[in-house]
Design a protein around this ligand. Sequence first.
Ligand code: SF4
Ligand code: SF4
Length: 76
Amino acid sequence: MAAGKQLVINRDWCKGCGICAAFCPKQVLELVDEKVQKVHEDQCIFCGQCEMRCPDYAIYIEEAENEEINQWVKSY
Ligand code: SF4
Ligand code: SF4
C-alpha cells in the first residue's frame, strides 16, 4: 500500500451497483451484502478508477498527509 494514501468507502452512499469493482484493475473490491468492500486492500495501486467511476461519490482516495482535509472529511 502506498504511503500517505487511503481508500475510503462511504457505506451510506454506496448503492451496491458494482461499477467500481468491475473497473478496478487489481480486484481490490467486491460486493458484500449489497455494499462494496475492500477485500484485497493491500493490492490497491490508487489508480483512481473506482473514484472516477462511482456515480455516487461513495469511494475515494484520501491523501493522508493533508491533515486539514482529513479533519474535514472526518467531521463531515
Ligand atoms: S484505486 Fe484503483 S486499484 Fe485501488 S480500489 Fe480503486 S480501482 Fe482498484
Ligand atoms: S460504484 Fe459506488 S455506489 Fe457502486 S458499488 Fe462502487 S462504491 Fe458503491
